[in-house]
Design a protein around this ligand. Sequence first.
Ligand code: AVI
Length: 362
Amino acid sequence: MADGEDFAPHSCGECERGPVDRPANLLPMSRGLQQPVESFRDAVLRGLALPNKSIPSRFFYDSVGSMLFERITTLDEYYPTRTELSILQQRAGEIAARLGSGVRLIEFGSGSGVKTRLLLDALRAPSSYVPIDISAELLEHQARSVAEAYPDLLVQPHHADFSSAFRPPAEPQPSSRTVVFFPGSTLGNFTAEAAQVFLRRAAELCGAGGRMVLGIDPFPAVPVPQPLRHKREADVLAAYDDVAGVTAAFNRNLLVRMRRELGAEVDPEAFSFVPRYDARCNRIESYLVSQRAQHIGVDGQVFTFRAGEAIHTENSHKYDPNRLDQLIAGTGFRVATDGLFTDRDGWFLVVLLEVVGDGSGR
Ligand code: AVI
């Protein structure tokens, strides 16, 4: 399929207005998918056949899951979103000044949210904004809303799976440098190995002179002079175990999705949601645990569960701020001088990375 031909039918009302009122600064969506991504069906059949059952966390985000995630970001317990926002509210100007004028801003994940806007508002005459996302529908919708809000900015949505290799889009117009924006501590959902591969690809994508603005969830907290509240393991765990049960519903939605999309015979309520902090890997691990011995049927296959047997649904890695060099080493980036931006209590960290050499890591 040629570039720009892959818009999914979509019924948000805004997009139904059609090409006539497509903003002039919104370029057609380009495609960078190099290989077909694994479908939900294939991932479920593969994951439930493993000795340690698991389903990749990227399948959380259907329309219901995305809504539940939005609710998570507003929960009292879920500190990452509000603390990262507070950092950007206070320091976006400073960060933007370090990035310079005329940059091409590439965002992994199609943000049209507050964080993207805080950075775009602070940047001086950015040359273009390139949101990259696996969901063509969401991407087109979000890209349009940024294009409408910033009529002088060229918006170039790119449909790709940023967690695997992809062909980057050609630059629509010359820029001073490429900057990758990856907020929200989404890097934490990758394995350590995948995070390294991802950062390496991002450095190559940025090339010489490139920068990355990366949001991560530090644990232990970043040392600050007088924190009002110390960040404890219990705070990290509580962010994934909210009292209202929204994170539990977010996880169980995988089973609801299996029923709806794959006709699976499974009772989501027969699984409890169990998050736990693993100190060895410094991460929260999330599980759906079978409350009893049971069979579940998916697409003609039967999977047996013992009472207490779990489906691993997500890892959310935390990063020791004193060991950032380990995370970055060999990726083609280094932490920029004075490149750590944290909140008053040191609960979140926005890191400014700069490309070493041409970003190839050599
Ligand atoms: C998107 N990601 C960074 C979230 C996290 O904190 O791992 C997803 C999430 N899972 C449960 N709550 C939030």
